[in-house]
Design a protein around this ligand. Structure first.
Ligand code: SD4
Length: 318
């Protein structure tokens, strides 16, 4: 039987728990943020401001994702994103926190920061995903401004494309890169975000992997977080980022987990795999990180206490 003294002792320990949860985490390498492609460097700088002030990973990944979203010169995310075949810029984004909460928007137009709309979906609605006009209506009702996203540069590129209107996706740095960004904060909590204008000149209404929780991004706070870039259709088919996290759960390092997921795509459809790019990056609970992709050319940015740097990912087709 529990005595009154036991009960008091337990209550005192219980009262300490929230304090312990917010104590600095002893992960070997935290805080840390990693994000896709060259523009990950600038995104990491904003994310690091949050992380280095002992802030929350969720705030860090949102702050980071907003950087390329707001940059009119990045033609693959947010403002200035390349349009679909019909000349419409349609955006996809998702976000996930350390408690498994997530929010997502797809096929949204006229909003520069879909990642923040995704966060609002997570925090202010009973739903995970809003799409199209419904997502836009929700965003405008929550203070987001309607803006024109098609810049003269992207409009010009689309008009050039219309001359031949050939739809053969070429995955490279110039024509469509998603920002996928994952972080571990000083409290040992993980979060992730992913935002994109998707494949350039896609069919109107096409949605890729980026806003699909488990495909374009996934977080399990016990294990790790992962984000994807490249040909979204192939990522969706293997539920890529959930797979990467599950492979880490089985004991694989972040890099090996990414490699095994890439190999799954390559083995399932070897001919298709030769023509496309897919890349994954991942971080685990102790701040180890890694990436892997199909073709040479995918890089990612890592910011930890030692600084901010770009790393070339390992690749399958050598
Ligand atoms: C998509 N995964 O819409 C995105 C595009 C991308 O590098 O990441 N490109 O399929």
């Amino acid at each position: 039987m529990k005595t009154r003294r036991d009960f008091l002792k337990m209550s005192a320990m219980g009262a300490m728990l929230p304090a312990m949860n917010s104590m600095p985490h002893s992960a070997a390498n935290s805080p840390i943020v990693i994000s896709t492609w060259n523009f990950g460097l600038a995104a990491n700088v904003e994310a690091w401001k949050v992380l280095s002030a002992n802030g929350r990973a969720l705030d860090a990944v949102e702050a980071g994702a907003r950087v390329p979203e707001g940059d009119p010169n990045e033609t693959s995310v947010g403002l200035g994103g390349l349009p679909d075949r019909d000349g419409k810029v349609t955006l996809d984004a998702c976000i996930m926190d350390e408690n498994g909460n997530c929010g997502s928007v797809a096929f949204v137009q006229g909003i520069v920061h879909p990642i923040s709309v995704a966060r609002a979906v997570m925090e202010k609605t009973p739903h995970v995903m809003l799409v199209g006009e419904g997502a836009e209506r929700f965003a405008f009702a929550n203070g987001f401004k309607k803006e024109k996203l098609l810049t003269p540069k992207s409009e010009q590129a689309w008009k050039e494309w219309l001359k031949t209107a050939k739809y053969k996706p070429i995955i490279n740095v110039e024509n469509h890169d998603t920002i996928g960004i994952v972080a571990l904060d000083v409290s040992g909590n993980l979060s992730g975000a992913c935002t994109t204008s998707g494949l350039a000149y896609k069919m109107h209404g096409r949605v890729g992997d980026s806003p699909i929780i488990g495909a374009g991004m996934y977080v399990d706070n016990e294990i790790g977080a992962a984000a994807a870039t490249g040909m979204g259709e192939e990522v969706i088919k293997i539920v890529g980022c959930h797979l990467v996290v599950e492979l880490m759960r089985q004991g694989n390092s972040p890099k090996d987990a990414c490699r095994l997921a890439v190999e799954r795509i390559a083995k399932k459809n070897p001919e298709r795999a030769k023509e496309i790019q897919v890349g994954f990056l991942a971080v685990n609970k102790t701040g180890d990180y890694g990436a892997f992709c199909l073709q040479k050319g995918f890089n990612y940015a890592v910011h930890d206490k030692s600084g901010n740097k770009l790393i070339d990912s390992g690749y399958y087709f050598s």
